[in-house]
Each structure stands twice: as C-alpha cells, then as structure tokens.
Design a protein. Structure first.
Lengths: 320, 320
DNA sequence: GTGAAAGCGCTAACAT
DNA sequence: ATGTTAGCGCTTTCAC
C-alpha cells in the first residue's frame, strides 16, 4: 500500500497524497504495528543490552554511552538485567533473541554453554563488553581487569606502601572484580609481597559496608598501611571512616578504589581510583553493532581500552 | 503444527512425540520467533516501563520492585529512558506502543497531549507512577510530593528552625521536585514564614553540587538555621561539607533531603530524609498491570502511599 | 492425539 | 506515482 511508503519515507510519493495519509494517521491516533513490520521485513531495530545490575552505577553510564551512539541511527537499545546469575542471563538472552534483535551487547566473557551456543547461532553482531581477559564469541570491547589490578598494585608499591589489605565483594559471579584481585595479588607477589589481610562482603549498602569492613580490618590488622577496595563505593565508605577516625591519609594509610565514579568528586578528599572507561565502552560497543568500526572491520573486533590511574589525594606521591 | 503445541505446553501431545520435538529443537539450537508468535496470537508478554533517568538511583529501585512483581508471571519489563524531556517521552512511548505491550508503566502525570492520546488509545493497562498530584490517564500509584514537602516543612518548624534555605535541581521537567518545593513553601507560609534563600543546580555530580551550593549559600546567608535539599544526593554533599566545616549539626544548623536513599546509611551522620516508597510503587504498579489489584478492581485505580519521615541525626528533636 | 488451513498487519517485489 | 500480490513464522480453529 502507499500508506506503508509514506510512513517509512520510502519510495516516491506525491506530496499531496503524503499529506493526506499523514493527516489520516494522526486523526486516527494510528500507531504502526512493528510486530507485523518486523515479521515481514525480517528486520528489527532493537539492540539487546544485557547487564548484571542497574543499581551498580557503572552500568547506567555504559548504557548512556550506548544510547548516545545509537541516537539517530534508528536502532534502540533494550535492556535486560541478570543479577549476576548465569541462569538468569541464559533466560534473558533467550527471551531477547526470540525477538530477533539487530545485535547483542552483553557484559563479561563468562557465559553458560547454552548461552554461548545461542550467541554463536544468532547470526547477528555480538559484542561482549567491560572485560577483555578471555575468549570472545565475536567482538569485545573493554579493559583488562587483571592488568588494572596489577597497575594499581605497582603504583601502590612504588609509592612506598608495603602492608596491604584488600576489601571486596564476595559475589561469586563478579568475574571482573575477581580478575582485578588476581592481577593485584600477582603484582604484589612479583615484588615479593603478599596481602596481609582481606575481607569480602555480601549485600547491603556498599558505602556502609565499606565503612564497617574498614573498621573491622583496621582493628584486626592495625599495622596495615594501604587498603585496596574492589570498587569506589566501598572505598568511599572506607575513606569517610578513616577521615572521621583521624587516620593520616595518605601519609600513614593509603586508600584506593576502582571505577572512577563521578560520586567521588563530592567527597572531602579525592579517593585514588582507576577509570574503567565505561562511557567509551558503551559507545564503541554500539558502534560495532552498527558496523561502524573505525578500522573498517566487521565482526571479531577486539578493542582493549586503557584505564587511567587517578591518584587523587589518598596515595602518596612516589619519592623521586 | 504439533511442534507449536509442544513448545507452549498446550493441548494434548503424547509424551513420545513431545520428547522427539524437544530433542530436535535442542539439537538445532532452535529459538522460537516471538515476532511471528505475537503477530499470530495478538499477545505480547512485554510491559513497557518509561522512566526519566537510570542514573538517579531512584529508578533502579522502582525497576527492581517491578521485576520482582513480574517474576514468574510470564511478563517481562522493557525499559525506556526519557532524560526528563517530554518530546523524548513521546518518542519512546510511540516506539514501545508500536510493539503492542501488555501494559505501560510510566513516571509522572505530566505528558504531552500526543502522549496522552496514545495512552488513552492503547487499550491496555496504563499505570502512572511516583506522583499522585494530578489527573491520571488510567491508574496511578505514588505519593503526594506536595504533601511530602508540606510535612517536611512542618517537622522543621516544629523542631524550632525558622531561617530556612532551599537547595534543589533546576530541571524544568522534574515536576515532582517542583511539587515538593511548592508544598514546602506553602506550609512555611501557613506558619508565617518564607524561604530566606534558595539555589538551583544544573548537571554534574550531585554530591559535589550539594557541597558547592551549600558553601555558597552559607557564605551568602550566614544566618540560616536549616537547609532543605530536594534530593538526598545533594543533601549528602551538603552534609559532608557542613561536618567538615565544623557546623554544629543539628543544633545550630539542621539539614534534610528526600528519597530515603540507601547510600545515606554509610555517611558519618544520618541525614534526615523522607522515604519515597520506591520499591512498593514498583511492586504495586506491576500488580495493577497484572490486574491483581488487592481490591479486585481493574483499571482506574488510585493508590496513594504515605512517605515516612526519617529524622536521622540532622534535625533537632522537637521540644516537648 | 495429530494435521491442515487461514490469517495476524505489515513489507517487498512486481505490476500498472 | 500508485496499486496488487505473496509471503514473513507463528497461533488458532477446525477437521480428522
């Protein structure tokens, strides 16, 4: 029908007819049925985005990078949340693939066998994001969390700290936190050091947990001169506690987190952290789905970004 | 085909045939095409959820209430973000309605004419959430922000504070913040008081803005004895600043925010706030879409929840 | 318990 | 520039 042409601005339609159709559509409150359209055209303007959590602060920013890159391309992101549970990931993925999206962007490289099979069989661009330490199904955009852990460890050692504690989350499926921990410990080992203490937390307010765990650890291991937090939120909690208790930061006690959260800007003292390139990861992954890789490549791209250390005010300047 | 029956567990199929079909599906990595299914059955197991922002902390919690209530019902939430822009809301809504969802949950009561027309014409349950101060298209679940503002003002006055400043966001389309401001001012007026100073901020880290605005305002209006913040994030920034500067809180200077964010638990001092019932709003709205209203009603429900004042440690106990 | 046929509301390709 | 036709991959209904 001509109507279809008008509504999609396709083909030649006389301005007169065009106006008449548009007018009628408006009067009737007509909303086209994309289901039928998609079925007929075999094209769906949706990009499935699968993330572990919405409340993590990290992912909203990735999302915003994705939305921005997709703006004006006709593609729309659709979000699914897995709560860090592989079986939920499998469900969400199945559900989303059954709508035949134009691409999939999903966090992490660790997926169930079934999920991997679905991804491989989907026949659309698949972009795994956040992490590059592992095997990708198709394309991947992220940082090396193992390297991030190492680099932070080196910076800490270089600044002269030696007695180091680690505070992190105990989520079994947060592979990126795990890899940072691994990289961190490896770099300590290379320098002949080891973690003196470590503690992991479950649910609850991360800021509060950071405070509580820090109090615990400093009481238990009073000789520590540095605390490395697996994320900025618990790091901020720990920092607030240390300031309140009058610890001399960063002289006697150094602190660092991870993520480069905007929230840190508002604290009395700037926590050392490492930017996770969240927004850029979002942007680049969306571009890959669009096939707009800068190098003209399509599929199987591997983009490793470099997180930058932000020393802030909670780590001593290394002696030169 | 019999295959269809098996995959939907519908109708009578012999266990033998059933197994054979299932096996084949697995072997082929078959993922059903929901597009075709939806077109044929005129049913889509999606609920459109339209919110202004994902980074506001408030909405992820609403989302989680929705997901929880939808769990196991066969319905799936799909999120759209408007960035507080009415024209984007219109777009997102149009886009989502064109997929013929089973229901719509959207934040706020203020929508463009066109949006309202689409909602009315959709023929599905529409639930407007967060706010009850206004006209709803269909059902509504939320709190009265006007009342929340009033109640906070009364509590402040009752505690003996008289010289009050207001700090808020200047987003023109954040109607709920606006209504809290209105209610707050109205209650002050009833007590013969008026705001002594006010300031509004644009983008940026809310925590940092809270800190900066507080510094500004206290320098400009040193006689203030209370600061009311339109949200907990800027309130937390202000609180940290005041503590750092050695203000006597809550004796000489009282503070309060809004939302009941979990984050507040981790601060050195508990900011007074008001719980916005976010999770329950999510849950109840999803139940309305499901038609599981407690009172057995369907459509046109109006559920007003009561936010509770959490005095924390930043507001004096009223003299008794 | 299983198969056959019609059609959901569009788009694509081909007329006219 | 506009109309016509045949599907898209399912569900539904009805027949066997």
């Amino acid at each position: 029908m001509t109507v279809s042409r008008v509504l999609r601005n396709r083909g030649d339609v006389s301005p007169v007819t065009r106006e008449r159709v548009l007018e009628a559509a408006r009067a009737l409150g007509y909303v086209p049925n994309k289901i039928a359209g998609a079925l007929a055209s075999q094209r769906v303007n949706l990009v499935a985005v699968i993330i572990p959590s919405m409340s993590n602060m990290v992912f909203p920013e990735v999302m915003s990078g994705i939305s921005q890159a997709l703006e004006g391309t006709g593609l729309q992101p659709v979000v699914g949340v897995t709560d860090y549970a592989p079986e939920r990931e499998e469900n969400v993925l199945y559900e989303m693939l059954s709508w035949r999206p134009s691409g999939v962007i999903l966090a992490g490289l660790e997926h169930s066998e079934a999920s991997q099979a679905m991804l491989r069989a989907a026949g659309i661009p698949i972009v795994e994001i956040m992490d590059v330490d592992g095997e990708a199904v198709d394309s991947v955009v992220g940082i090396s969390h193992r390297r991030a852990g190492r680099e932070m460890a080196r910076a800490i050692i270089e600044a002269g700290y030696r007695r180091i504690g680690f505070l992190g989350s105990n989520m079994p499926h947060d592979h990126r936190a795990r890899k940072r921990h691994e990289g961190f410990c490896a770099a300590l080992a290379e320098a002949g050091l080891a973690l003196e203490d470590q503690e992991f937390y479950g649910g609850g307010s991360a800021l509060l947990k950071g405070r509580e765990m820090t109090a615990d650890m400093l009481a238990r291991s009073p000789g520590l001169d540095f605390l490395y937090y697996s994320n900025d939120m618990i790091g901020a909690g720990g920092l607030l506690y240390c300031l309140q208790q009058g610890y001399e930061v960063p002289g006697a006690l150094g602190l660092a987190g991870f993520n480069g959260l905007e929230l840190l800007d508002g604290l009395p003292v700037r926590l050392a952290t490492m930017d996770a390139c969240r927004r850029e990861i979002g942007r680049r992954s969306a571009e890959l789905v669009l096939g707009v890789d800068v190098d003209g490549l399509v599929g199987g791209a591997r983009i490793e970004l470099s997180p930058t250390l932000q020393p802030g005010d909670t780590i001593r300047r290394p002696a030169r």
